[in-house]
Structures are given as C-alpha cells and as structure tokens.
Design a protein around this ligand. Structure first.
Ligand SMILES: [Zn+2]
Length: 298
C-alpha cells in the first residue's frame, strides 16, 4: 500500500469503519444478541442488526472509543507514525495533522503506543542476553541503588548467532534479585539460556527454570561486555535522543519503550502497509485507555 492507495482506500469515514470491522470481526459480523450475520451501518456509525435491530459499535472497547475526531484522522496519524522509521514526536505529528491542541495529539500518541504492545505476545526464547541500563543520565550509576533522575531498564535480547533477534524492555525499580527475576520471567520463555554478567541479582536465575551462563564478573551498570544488549541499549538511547530530544519523563518511559520495541522487532519486515495493518489490528484488540490515565503533558 502506498500513499495514493492509502488515500483512496480510506477516503470516507464509512470505509474506515468497515476496515475496523474486518479487523475486529475477522470471521465476519455476528449480532451479539441474536447471532445474525447481516447488519447495516447507521448514520451514527453503528452496525444495525438486520434481524433484531440491535446496534453494535465497532469502536466500543477499543482505543478509538469516545473519540470526537473522525477515524480518518486517526488513520492518517497511524499512517504517518508507521511511515517514519525513527518515530515521531508529538510536535511533529501535530504539525502534520494540523491539530491546534497539543494535548490531544499527545494523548493519541500514547494510546497508540499502548496499542503497540500486542496483547498476549510471546516471550523471547533460545539464547537471550540480559542486562540493565540507565536511561536519562550521562554518568553510569551504581547497581542496586536508585539514581536521581534516571530510570533503570532491563534489556533482553535474543542472540541469533551474533545477530540481534527480538528484544524486550522493561522498566525496573532497582537491580535487586526480586525485580530482575520478575522482569526476566515476564520477558523470557522458561527453558531459554539466559546470559548475564556476574551480578548477584541474577544468581537465582537457574532456579527459576532458565539455563544461566555468566559471561563476565562486573559490578557497575554500563560496564560489561554483553555485546548484543549493549548495542540494543545504545540504539534505544540514540532513538530517544533523536526523536524525542531526550525529553522523556521517567513516568512516561514505559510508552517509549513499547514504541521502540514495536519498531525494533519489525525492523526487518519493515513495510509501511504491514505496520499500519498490524498497529490498527492491535488498536482494536485492546481496551480503551482513559485520557485521564495518561494526561500530564510532555
Ligand atoms: Zn440481532
């Protein structure tokens, strides 16, 4: 799909609704009340059951629920986001869409970032390098302690024979064994071989159903020689700096980590049309995100 096809396919609100309906009901429409399979679209954008008259909204229960803007604008926003290899800032997207309120676009971006985390996505497997990195500070911090103005992120990277496979990123409170093990369990499939440095926080990992290989003794974050996680961490930092000018509040970091992961894990099958389809598909699968939950400016 290129720009011309995109504009032709989504030239009306109805076309956008029908497209969402296909994504949401891949088996076709089925009335939730009487199971009938035929419906028509009303002026209020509801699917009206041809048998019993029950009306279903295709956007209820998705991130588009309660939106006051046309879906066409949402589609354009998504099209623009997936077209920019390095991501977009809220300001950049605001310019493209011509929104007057910065806050609206900021909320949209964050809703879409949440949609980038596919519900029930599988964990990493095989051989996985794991380490932590600090985001938001120049100097490397000391492990096991908090550092002012910095966030600690666990990075897990699949080792595909010296190549980076998929990644997972997870913000953690500190590098204690409890938090590290929890983050590893959320990111990596049991039975995988986890490669870490000699930090004691990873000491119990083999008791949690993982293989464990220690590559090097090291005490400080950012000092070890796990090449794949190091590369992943520097790409992440460069991206945060380049696209968002490093202006990422620790409280918003999770969203940025999700966007980076979405883009990074699809970097090889990069195609604008494919990413567009994938992001919309995920956007109709997740629960609505209340704007109040992500308010707070930039
Ligand atoms: Zn019905």
């Amino acid at each position: 799909m290129d720009v011309i096809e995109f504009e032709r396919q989504f030239s009306t609100e109805e076309a956008c609704l029908q497209y969402l309906a296909q994504l949401r009901w891949p088996e076709g429409y089925r009335c939730p009340r009487c199971q009938h399979r035929k419906a028509w679209l009303t002026k209020r954008s509801l699917f009206h059951c041809a048998a019993c008259g029950y009306e279903t909204s295709v956007i209820a229960g998705t991130i588009f629920q309660d939106t006051r803007k046309p879906l066409q604008l949402w589609f354009q926003a998504i099209w623009h986001i997936v077209g920019q290899k390095n991501g977009v800032s809220a300001k950049g997207l605001q310019r493209v869409l011509g929104f007057t309120r910065y806050e609206t676009i900021w909320i949209w971006l964050h809703k879409l970032r949440i949609a980038m985390v596919r519900p029930g996505r599988e964990r990493l497997s095989g051989t996985v390098e794991v380490d932590e990195t600090y985001i938001g500070g120049e100097r490397p911090g000391k492990r096991g302690r908090g550092a002012a103005g910095k966030a600690l992120v666990l990075i897990a990277v699949e080792d595909k024979g010296k190549q980076i496979g998929r990644i997972r990123l997870r913000r953690i409170l500190d590098a204690s064994a409890t938090n590290l093990i929890m983050a590893v369990k959320e990111s990596v499939e049991p039975g995988s071989l986890v490669r870490t440095d000699g930090w004691g926080g990873y000491g119990q990992i083999s008791q949690e159903g993982f293989g464990h290989a220690i590559v090097r003794k090291s005490a400080d974050v950012g000092e070890n020689l796990l090449p794949l996680v190091n590369r992943g961490a520097s790409l992440l930092k460069r991206w945060l700096l380049g696209t968002h000018q490093g202006a990422v509040r620790p409280s918003h970091l999770d969203y940025y980590l999700d966007e980076f992961t979405f883009r990074f894990n699809r970097r090889k099958s990069y195609s604008r049309g494919k990413l567009f389809f994938r992001l919309l598909q995920q956007a109709v699968c997740i629960s609505p995100v209340p704007g109040s939950g992500i308010r707070g400016g930039n």
